[in-house]
Design a protein around this ligand. Sequence first.
Ligand code: SF4
Length: 243
Amino acid sequence: MKEIDAVIDRHERIALQLSGGKDSLACLYLMKPYWNRITVYWCNTGDAFPETISQMNRIRAEVPNFVEIQGKQPETISGHGIPTDILPVSATPMGIVGAGGGVLMQDRYSCCLRSFMLPMHERMLADGITLVIRGQRNDDPLKAPIRSGTVDGGIEYLFPIEDWKASKVLSYLGAVGATIPRFYEVLDEAPDCMTCSAWWEKGATKYLKRYHHDAYKEVQHRLDLINRAVGQHIEHFNTEVTS
Ligand code: SF4
């Protein structure tokens, strides 16, 4: 931990960003010796799972400094549309104006950025944070393009488990007696929003179907809308590609 000591010693205002997933949880427990120097930040997307809220309430009671940031998922979806992994042009603002109607959609990255990534970043700036600690791992297929030690915009980033494999994370959590979120009974990753209609590769509907039937029905409805909107374009695409 000597290297971590040196990083921590360089900073007064330190944030550990927690998502509710296993990696950030492992990072939190690994950093336990420094908890009195760190503020734990969690951005509640506005559509968080009740099991994530309970987990955060447990952690809030355990750590000395905890801040909940209010995310904007419901407003983002009402203002910019339901998130999708395939965005049909007919579902964009321009497409809807042109066709005189339709269901507004947005790509998943814009939805996450608007809903919780920007609110988290804005809070870091507002609180004068100069060190951000995250549970980012190098073998995660989707991660920020920065690595541990990067300094960007006056903020240093520390990723203490970046070289860990997923199996090491789970065994570490078991060894320290952490409560592993129920999501991992069914999924490889913890979902951020109950009614998310994107991130299809994560397979979250399996989990919803088992434990949250109302949210499952809402997501299926959204997926039907996406299917119909995408289907029109696929039909034209298939004609074009085989012509
Ligand atoms: S997880 Fe889904 S619903 Fe939540 S912010 Fe990201 S894309 Fe939007």
